[in-house]
Design a protein around this ligand. Sequence first.
Ligand code: FE2
Length: 225
Amino acid sequence: MKQNTKNKNQVRQTKASSVTPTNKRTAGSNGNANQPSLLEKFFTDQLKDIYYAEQQLLKAIPKMAQASTTEELEDAFNHHLKQTERHVKRLEKVFQIIGKNPEGKKCEAMDGLVKEAETIIKETKQGSMTRDAALIIAAQKVEHYEIATYGGLVQLAITMGLHRAADVLDKTLLEEEDTDASLTEIAENYINIEADEEGNYSWQKGEEEEGSELETSDTPATYSM
Ligand SMILES: [Fe+2]
């Protein structure tokens, strides 16, 4: 029976490859058990990616805290810095669980997000609420990257039977989600309204008029800054 199933798979793969030049497989087929697990390699790569990312954040968060205008945002960054130190330790524990040495792998995405935060600090006025509003968005982009990574890693760990690793990663996932939610709360309660009152808008009225045009017309609006 086993032999027959294998032959069937081989026939199906041959047929598929003769029709389309892809290596796509049917969901539910198991692949070659003799090959090393690519999923395990991907899981390890993602661990290295987020380990590097967390270490970059250990350097970036203090700069963001120092640049913050409000105490509320500074406190939130300092609180998350302490959590980030724990995130690094938890990742080291997961490396230990899978029998590997902790190792980072350059993450272009996190480098870009950190650079974006640095640009905000350069381009906004010190002591302005606009700076805090922008820093919150930059920090939330970081959180969303982390949430996507930890969320995926937790699910993969469960799928691969790494339940202890899944528990450890899930603790960090919850803290990243809490941080994201508390940044939204800070923006809405303390920052955005005051940032809105800084400076004069030259385009707000026109934007509103064009917005109402968009609701009633199919003609694409032309925006001018
Ligand atoms: Fe983190």
